[in-house]
Design a binder for this molecule. Structure first.
Ligand SMILES: Nc1ncnc2c1ncn2[C@@H]1O[C@H](COP(=O)(O)OP(=O)(O)O)[C@@H](O)[C@H]1O
Ligand SMILES: O=C(O)C1=C[C@@H](OP(=O)(O)O)[C@@H](O)[C@H](O)C1
Ligand SMILES: [Mg+2]
Length: 176
């Protein structure tokens, strides 16, 4: 395996990028990074604070700046990106130039249940929403973002993803 192989997970908020990213990194013996955590460290601010103080526009600038830096690292890793990351500032092109992008395509009903059960206050996109509003918001995000997510080099569909299945997809992709 290349010693600077980068795997970048993309998909809607709640699709499991951070959760599966950690599992995948463990299985591959690669370091794991979460783009949102790297943004929080770089700017010493929590994601909800960035949105409330400076707005989404500034957040997207910070996100692209942080993504560019991570992609410049000459090492292998697994990166869980944020749900909106590939859809702004040509980020999908940046990701595909340097990394293997993997789209986690999860049914919206499943994502909605997960978001309801987890702390939505950490997710500015869903602040103060009930289940009906969450599913509507997810549908609208999916419609806006699908054309970016579809550019991923690998797509995994379903609710639970196995590292073994991704390995075989990765090997197939690297051979061809
Ligand atoms: N395969 C799964 N099955 C059930 N719940 C999951 C699964 N993957 C993630 N979750 C839960 O869904 C929520 C969102 O997962 P997370 O990894 O934070 O998604 P993302 O980083 O894509 O926003 C978390 O509460 C997490 O525990
Ligand atoms: O979908 C989005 O626009 C966002 C998703 C979040 O990451 P997760 O996808 O990990 O929740 C985070 O980057 C920010 O709140 C914006
Ligand atoms: Mg996440």
């Amino acid at each position: 395996m290349k010693n600077d192989l980068k795997v970048v997970l993309i998909g809607l908020p709640g699709s499991g990028k951070s959760t599966f990213g950690r599992q995948l990194a463990l299985a591959l013996h690669f370091p794991y990074y979460d783009l949102d955590t790297l943004i929080e460290e770089r700017f010493s601010l929590k994601i909800p604070e960035i949105f409330s103080r400076y707005g989404e526009g500034r957040f997207r600038e910070m996100e692209t700046e942080t993504l560019e830096e991570v992609l410049s690292w000459e090492k292998a890793y697994v990166l869980a990106s944020g749900g909106g990351c590939p859809c702004f500032n040509d980020n999908m092109d940046r990701i595909n130039e340097k990394a293997i992008s993997v789209y986690l395509d999860v049914p919206l009903e499943e994502i909605s249940e997960r978001l309801e059960a987890s702390k939505v206050q950490n997710r500015p996109m869903f602040q103060g929403m009930g289940s009906g509003e969450i599913i509507l918001k997810l549908k609208s995000l999916q419609a806006q973002r699908d054309s970016y997510y579809r550019q991923a080099k690998i797509k995994l569909s379903g609710t639970d993803f196995s590292t073994e299945l991704l390995f075989s997809e990765l090997i197939h992709l690297l051979k061809n």
